[in-house]
Design a protein around this ligand. Structure first.
Ligand SMILES: O=C(O)CCCC[C@@H]1SC[C@@H]2NC(=O)N[C@@H]21
Length: 254
């Protein structure tokens, strides 16, 4: 099932005309027995999911895929794939457009183009018999068109499409750029740990050193975006001192 000269060795892919959500498809296939990385690309999703229980809008021609990654890593270590996947997406976009202008990463794992949201990642754990045994990494990229601003939350960044950078690859072609990029960062993570990934992510971070707001369901914290710690938490300096944020939605000052 390997495909193409630069397709990563030992990774499989399937392309579906339609599914409910590639994340749900990943759960079903993992339960059926997946023992090596499997990319599931769907050309259409009927029930796509975004972060924090939101729906994900997917106009035709956009990219929707989930990587099933069998691993016996702990959940904390699985969560680091947010950063490797965001870096891989960044590299795949650079390969598709031939440019880095306007591209940046937003914690924990959005890819921005000209300050708008180009791509999002939703990472879930996969279980066998109640034990974590893998990750499913759902990836959506606005390749061909962006959802209308009214389809996202009021405070959310404006959705943008890759056409704004002068490129509109087919989803199948974009997968062939993304899968090798992910495999490179996965090897880097498993060989050298999180430190080099953290450095590369920070080099591409949006609004580093600036005032941002981290919002969880119950609270908001505003401070200077200083860095990431060595577990990937966001470090903000606030008027109460340094705070580490494990999970939140991030808002930039306008
Ligand atoms: O909210 C986000 O930023 C994450 C969006 C993730 C969307 C992708 S599309 C492919 C995969 N299948 C889903 O149902 N969601 C993810």
């Amino acid at each position: 099932m390997d495909a193409g000269p630069s397709w990563p060795a030992g990774h499989d892919k399937i392309i579906l005309a339609e599914t409910d959500s590639t994340l749900s498809e990943a759960q079903r296939r993992f339960a059926g027995g997946v023992t090596r990385p499997l990319w599931i690309l769907a050309l259409h999703q009927t029930a796509a999911r975004g972060r924090r229980g939101r729906a994900w809008s997917m106009p035709p021609g956009n990219f929707a895929a989930t990587l099933v990654l069998p691993t016996d890593d702990t959940p904390d270590r699985i969560a680091l794939r947010s950063f490797t996947t965001a870096l891989a997406l960044y590299d795949a976009v650079v390969a598709a457009t031939g440019r880095t202008e306007g591209l940046s990463l937003k914690w924990p794992n959005d890819v921005l183009l000209n300050g708008g949201k180009l791509a999002g990642i939703l990472l879930e754990t996969l279980q066998i018999g109640g034990r974590v045994a893998g990750a499913s990494i759902g990836i959506g990229v606005n390749l061909a068109s962006a959802p209308a601003p009214g389809e996202v939350e009021e405070r959310a960044l404006r959705p943008v499409a890759l056409t704004e950078a002068g490129a509109s690859p087919a989803p199948e072609d974009f997968l062939d750029l993304l899968a090798p990029a992910f495999a490179r960062y996965e090897t880097q993570l498993t060989t050298y740990g999180f430190a080099p990934i953290r450095t590369e992510w920070l080099n591409r971070a949006a609004h580093l050193g600036q005032t941002i707001t981290a919002r969880t369901g119950t609270s908001e914290t505003t401070g200077t975006f200083d860095t990431l710690d060595d577990t990937g938490q966001l470090i903000l300096t606030t008027d109460k001192g340094r705070q580490a944020i494990a999970a939140a939605d991030i808002y930039f000052q306008t």
